[in-house]
Design a protein around this ligand. Structure first.
Ligand code: PLP
Length: 443
């Protein structure tokens, strides 16, 4: 699809002008529909998520020994969900409004191994590859105790293969940590905006970090090119990977279990709103898919992006998906939100999931920092800026009466709402860096 000229695009899609002006924009998707109607477009189903979940269970005995910090959860990489009532009050107070319902935080920021949501998709993708190679070589069967993968002979086996990935930081960290632990030779192509401490951590674990001077899109092109010349090298493609997507989707089923344990009901009169920071889209898309499968039409997902990188909003809103980038609009794709600095959305995720996502909104970096500081003060939880993108979601939902009435979310029902902000990163940010974030939040 050709990109229409800018004037035409703005005439047809007026919000584009607000995106270009770098304003905070919120767009509720008029084409969102029921799970039954939307599911056929995804091309994946509940069984696929169950398979992914079982694979993670097979690897649990290995993970708990390879990464002792996962021992308390039996080698299952999962995060807690906590109430943040003081944050709820403060958000409402600062906005001069009332936010009915309960505000909770899903702390993927504190996932073991890599401290971000990428510990779901990235690690899962490496495990899929490792299992496939080992089974094809006749070294492993699904009924084995996978802790045998800790042995030197397995490390030598995996050492014959290479993994390449492009990343703004967190994906590289997850794939690098997992790949290197198994014995793979891993190359991470880092975009210019990747933090030094992430590169240092990877290098300390024997990962080959290649630094690129351009943004994520360029790092992908160059990483893919390098891998194509090497038949024993697997390039992990963040933009189009259904494997990654399914690794994330497992989170939906697990959240259902966590809610069951907490006695939290989600149904027609108890809606669940989930606010997901979006970069290329695999993380929030996969999680949203899992959530839809777990909770059906009573979960409402919103994607949140920086005003400087609104690639998914742009792609879905205009229907152009990955045929348009924010740079095409003259937007610079520069943001403090690591992981969200993506100029072109995944075509796969947008096309597969658009009917199941209620809305998309953008948030300024200043706003991210402001919420970062408020959360630290009110709840003593420290996150990286990207992880705050979801925090303004409840306000966006409360501001739009038309959206709520279209979905028959009455004021009475909203009293029972659960607003779940998906915190996607920050657990491993070094103290000095966190101090700088907090400093910025008060400016
Ligand atoms: C990668 C990332 C996201 C978004 O995931 P995508 O798959 O790129 O959409 C959100 N937050 C953080 C901290 C991330 O690293």
């Amino acid at each position: 699809m050709a990109i229409p000229n800018l004037q035409q695009l703005i005439a047809q899609y007026p919000l584009t002008e607000n995106l270009i002006a770098l304003e905070e924009v919120c767009w509720f998707n008029p084409s969102s529909t029921t799970l039954t109607n939307g599911l056929p477009y995804v091309g994946l189903n509940e069984q696929d998520i169950q398979d992914a979940s079982k694979r993670l269970t097979r690897f649990a005995p290995y993970i708990r020994r390879a990464f002792p910090e996962t021992a308390s959860s039996g080698g299952i990489i999962e995060s807690e969900v906590v109430d943040i009532p003081h944050m709820l009050q403060t958000l409402a107070l600062q906005a001069g409004t009332h936010i009915p319902g309960r505000l909770m935080l899903k702390k993927d920021s504190h996932l073991p191994i890599s401290g971000s949501i990428k510990a779901r998709g990235g690690i899962y993708e490496v495990l899929v590859l490792a299992e496939k190679l080992a089974i094809e070589a006749g070294l492993l069967s699904e009924s084995d105790d996978y802790s045998k993968l800790l042995s030197q002979s397995f490390r030598d086996f995996f050492g014959q293969y290479r993994i390449a990935v492009s990343s703004t930081g967190n994906l590289g960290l997850s794939i690098g940590m997992m790949g290197a632990r198994l014995g793979f030779s891993v190359s991470v192509h880092m975009s210019a905006d990747a933090r030094q401490w992430k590169k240092d951590k990877l290098r300390a674990h024997g990962v080959n970090v290649i630094e690129h001077e351009q943004d994520y899109g360029m790092a992908v092109i160059q990483g893919r090119k390098a891998a194509a010349q090497d038949p024993r090298c697997f390039f992990i493609d963040d933009e189009n990977s259904t494997t990654l997507f399914l690794g994330y989707a497992v989170a939906g089923l697990r959240l259902k279990q966590q809610f069951d344990q907490l006695g939290i009901v989600v149904d027609e009169t108890h809606p669940l709103f989930v606010y997901l920071p979006c970069g290329v889209g695999g993380g929030p898309g996969g999680v949203a898919f899992g959530l839809k499968i777990a909770f059906g039409d009573h979960v409402h997902c919103l994607f949140a992006e920086p005003t400087h990188s609104p690639c998914m909003l742009l792609g879905v809103y205009t229907g152009l998906h990955d045929a348009i980038s924010v740079q095409d609009l003259g937007i610079d794709n520069l943001t403090a939100a690591d992981g969200l600095a993506v100029g072109r959305a995944s075509g796969f995720v947008g096309k597969a999931m658009e009917r199941l996502i209620d809305g998309f909104y953008t948030v300024t970096d200043e706003h991210l920092y402001h919420d970062l500081g408020t959360l630290s003060q009110q709840e003593n939880i420290q996150l990286e800026p990207s992880a705050l993108a979801g925090m303004s979601g409840p306000l966006r939902v409360m501001e739009d009466k038309a959206y709520r009435s279209r979905l028959q979310l009455s004021d009475l029902v909203m009293q029972n709402a659960i607003h779940l902000v998906w915190a996607t990163g920050g657990g491993m940010v070094p103290e000095s860096e966190m101090a700088a974030y907090l400093q910025k939040s008060t400016q």
